[in-house]
Design a protein around this ligand. Structure first.
Ligand SMILES: [Zn+2]
Length: 409
């Protein structure tokens, strides 16, 4: 990128207060989010040449449009001001290896240039040392580590935003809680300052360390970033979070194997809008939700897609007996990674049993059978406590779809 100015006045005019504000705009006129990138920039101000190798810029991934990161004009100004006397050439380097005080005992890798991303170098608390919002990147597997450890909680608010927390001691719900985002490259991002409360001796520090990776600088188009900018909607109801995780699992399969599990997608979208949190847990309320959820989760999955996925994983056709049974196919797919697959998938069976039970179109004997199956699967004894029945079902479904999002595919 070459920029030529007649003199310093012209440079100052080009980058006045309003122009700097515009550099904070992360949305490209084409509608996509700009993400940080690097390019060599050459600035000429009168007779002075300033070279900025690998200068942080914000670039639109769709149309390629580029603009300087908002702090760069001030850096250029400083370089111009402090250039060697009578010198007409200087080089400005934006360092990537600055270390910040936050979470220093965890010894994580990060790229200090990421603070050039609009909004990330802003801290509303002037007492804070710099670098609170420096993003730290991890392999997606880090979520699996927290999911599998009972001392921690993993919670998804949507398919790409959630939190990890340490279960509380001393009567507190959590000892600490950290939000994470998942970016378009499937990397997990957290803010350095948020990690400051994690003790370097605890298991979490170990998980973070082994899965910590180099920054890919992609954070603007994440819900974590939008939350940081205070414009994130509140956490949706758990039923909708389950459906978001379902979509995310299907997308993961599509990305990795090119196999689509989507089925009746338009109908599923329509059904989703009808879901509401039960208020009084009446039979009617839970029947409606169970019906909707069963339609989306059990019917809205493509059995041909599952067959293909089975074939890729086992290098053989699925046995004839289960070829058209979506739950059995999914169970076998899970069984390739998880010996407790029957328990993991259980809630999908319970969901279907309950849907059939509440449709009341069956013989009493069959209804009793469905009822007992559901109770067994959910490890409950009392069928008429609808609140407990429904909440247990939803909790187990949530856990299943969390699993499908953290397991290695
Ligand atoms: Zn664009």
């Amino acid at each position: 990128m070459d920029m030529i100015f007649k003199d310093l006045r012209e440079f100052e005019k080009k980058y006045d207060e309003k122009a700097i504000m515009a550099l904070h705009q992360t949305q490209c006129p084409c509608g996509k989010c700009r993400e940080m990138d690097f390019t060599d920039v050459r600035v000429t101000i009168g007779a002075v040449h300033i070279e900025i190798p690998e200068c942080p810029v914000m670039k639109c991934p769709a149309c390629g449009e580029m603009q300087l990161c908002p702090i760069i004009p001030a850096e250029i100004y400083k370089a111009y001001d402090k250039r060697p006397q009578n010198g007409n050439f200087c080089k400005l380097t934006i360092r990537n290896n600055r270390r910040f005080e936050w979470a220093h005992t965890l010894n994580l890798q990060y790229d200090s240039r990421d603070l050039c991303i609009p909004g990330l170098n802003v801290d509303l608390d002037p007492m804070h040392p710099e670098g609170y919002s420096c993003p730290v990147f991890f392999k997606r597997k880090v979520l699996g580590a927290f999911y599998n450890d009972d001392d921690y909680v993993l919670d998804f608010f949507s398919e790409s935003y959630g939190c990890i927390a340490k279960k509380g001691t001393d009567g507190f719900e959590y000892d600490w809680l950290v939000h994470f985002g998942i970016n378009k490259n499937d990397k997990v991002v957290m803010f350095l300052g948020d990690l400051d409360t994690i003790d370097s001796e605890e298991a979490a520090a170990h998980f973070l360390n082994i899965y910590n990776i180099e920054s890919d600088h992609c954070i603007v188009d994440t819900e974590l970033y939008r939350a940081q900018m205070n414009c994130v909607p509140s956490k949706p109801i758990v039923e909708k979070r389950i459906l978001a995780l379902k979509e995310s699992f299907y997308h993961r399969v599509q990305k990795k194997y090119g196999i689509s599990l989507f089925h009746l997608q338009d109908e599923c979208e329509e059904q989703k809008e009808k879901l509401q949190k039960p208020l009084h847990y009446t039979e009617k309320e839970i029947r409606i939700n169970i019906d909707l959820m069963d339609g989306i989760l059990n019917e809205g999955i493509d059995s041909d897609g599952l067959k293909k996925l089975y074939k890729v994983i086992y290098n053989a056709d699925p046995p004839k007996a289960i070829r058209t049974q979506t739950r059995k196919l999914l169970e076998q797919i899970i069984a390739s990674k998880d010996e407790k697959a029957d328990r993991t998938i259980g809630p999908l069976y319970a969901l279907n049993d309950l849907r059939n039970y509440f449709s009341h179109l069956l013989s009493q004997q069959k209804m009793d059978e469905l009822k007992n199956n559901a109770l067994d699967t959910l490890m409950l004894t009392e069928f008429n406590d609808y609140r407990k029945l429904y909440d247990t079902l939803i909790k187990r479904l949530y856990s299943l779809y969390q699993y499908l999002n953290v397991m290695d595919l």
